[in-house]
Ligand binder design. Structure first.
Ligand code: CA
Length: 247
């Protein structure tokens, strides 16, 4: 109660993509929706839940890049959830930003001691919260947040929506662009066709796994000229991996 809701940032560039995954754990729907709206407009992939129990299940299913965690939740408190996540090896370093209504110094210190990476006091300003989240993510997942992704002689500029290889500009359709971006975000990691479908087309898209192969083919064709090295490796029965061996 008594929390000021700030007007959403009316900014939807549609160009800048940022695929960091965010989980919002907040029982106040108005705040949760405000956050979802603004972070989705910035290109984040957002999921939300209202309790610590749900949050634990969701994190176990798909680990987000960052959690925005409300301090006061029904049953399991934000502090308690934070403590539980910190005690498990797989979520020990998961970035957590705590939302708190309490401005007391002692509580802030307690929050940070429990392992939150940062905290923001309610009522908060959306731009400030956004800036804090991005700052944490730039440290935690630099590849997801970088404006320009580089691998060998290939460069992908998210803001300018431009891809170059050496001095040559490469023109890609929107799907190939997103596919390359997704591959470049996880260099050296084998990505299954299902992961690529979820990451590029979205988990609710009705797309056949063969579609992935078709677009990988188109992407390769656009990227490779003459004797240039193929930056995408096919891993039989597993999927695709991006990364030039000598870079
Ligand atoms: Ca709350």
């Amino acid at each position: 109660m008594g929390e000021t809701i700030h007007a959403p940032l009316a900014k939807k560039t549609g160009l800048q993509t940022m695929t960091a995954k965010l989980l919002i754990v907040e029982d106040e729907q108005a705040i949760s929706e405000l956050l979802r709206y603004n972070f989705e407009a910035e290109g984040f992939k957002v999921s939300a839940c209202e309790s610590g129990e749900e949050a634990e299940i969701m994190v176990a299913e798909e680990t987000p890049d960052l959690i925005i965690l409300d301090w006061s939740l029904p049953s399991v408190s934000g502090i308690e959830l934070c403590r539980r996540l910190r005690s498990k090896p797989e979520t020990r370093n998961l970035p957590i930003l705590m939302l708190t209504a309490r401005g007391e110094e002692a509580d802030r210190i307690r929050g940070l001691n429990t392992g939150a990476d940062d905290y923001v006091t309610k009522p908060f300003s959306v731009p400030e919260l956004m800036a804090r989240v991005k700052a944490i993510l730039r440290r935690a997942v630099p590849d997801r947040m970088a404006e320009v992704l580089r691998a060998g002689d290939i460069e992908l500029d998210r803001a300018a929506h431009k891809v170059t290889r050496g001095l040559r500009e490469i023109h890609l359709g929107p799907t190939e662009f997103r596919l390359l971006e997704y591959l470049m975000e996880s260099p050296g990691r084998v990505l299954s066709r299902t992961q690529l479908l979820d990451g590029v087309w979205g988990s609710d898209a009705f797309v056949d796994e063969r579609t992935v192969d078709v677009h990988i083919g188109r992407l390769r064709k656009a990227l490779i000229r003459g004797k240039e090295r193929d930056p995408i490796r096919t891993v039989r029965g597993a999927g695709y991996v991006f990364g030039e061996r000598n870079s």
